[in-house]
Design a protein around this ligand. Structure first.
Ligand code: SF4
Length: 199
């Protein structure tokens, strides 16, 4: 219906949950607002500033004036409740895994994860160490960046790849429509990650 009250309108009555679902589908699929939501999300990625190890230097360099990752629409932020992306920067020890998971739980949906560095892929130089946890055991990882250390250009490339994924798979709009991410199963850690803190 236009602003003058002309045209066809839809009124949903009955069960509030069913009506809300139909209204979401109308907005996201039929009125094509989903494209706008995906586009807006892809260019509003705010990675949490949570450095786990030495890959953090490359993460910092990626947002330095020389590489300027802000030009891709990504801005590191410190508050987990205002961020929608986490970059796991290299090694995650068993003690750090608890902190990573707590931060992840606080981030609003839809949220994304990038694992950076050989250590995050498969332990890297610490591959056989007793105290290493792989990031995919803590959070659902969207993009992996190989290398030790990965160059800042790789970080930029990973953000571009994530943006492509969000827009092509309609991740954000599907989340608004369905209430969950169909492309990703939500990772629930098998063990209590904070048991190392409690002793
Ligand atoms: S991949 Fe290399 S630079 Fe990154 S955390 Fe591991 S050892 Fe450090």
């Amino acid at each position: 219906m236009d602003g003058n009250g002309n045209g066809e309108g839809k009124v949903y009555v009955g069960n509030i949950n069913v009506s809300a679902r139909k209204a979401r589908k109308l907005l996201m699929s039929d009125l094509k607002l989903g494209k706008l939501v995906d586009w807006g999300t892809a260019f509003s990625l705010w990675p949490i500033h949570l450095t786990t190890s030495c890959c953090g230097c490359e993460f910092a360099a990626a947002w330095s004036p020389r590489y300027d990752n802000e030009q891709h629409g990504a801005l590191p932020w410190i508050g987990p409740r205002q961020t929608n992306m986490i970059i796991i920067e290299g090694t995650v020890t068993k003690k750090m895994a608890c902190a990573v998971r707590i931060v992840w739980e606080q981030m609003p949906q839809p949220k994304f994860a990038i694992a950076m560095g050989a250590c995050a892929l498969d332990g890297g130089i610490f591959y056989n160490s007793y105290n290493i946890v792989r990031p995919w055991q803590i959070v659902p990882v969207d993009v992996y960046i190989p290398g030790c250390p990965p160059r800042p250009e790789s970080v930029a490339k990973s953000i571009i790849m994530l943006q492509k994924k969000i827009r092509e798979k309609q991740v954000a709009s599907k989340f608004v429509e369905e209430g969950w991410r169909p492309d990703k199963e939500y990772v629930i850690p098998k063990e209590d990650l904070c048991s190392w803190w409690r002793g």
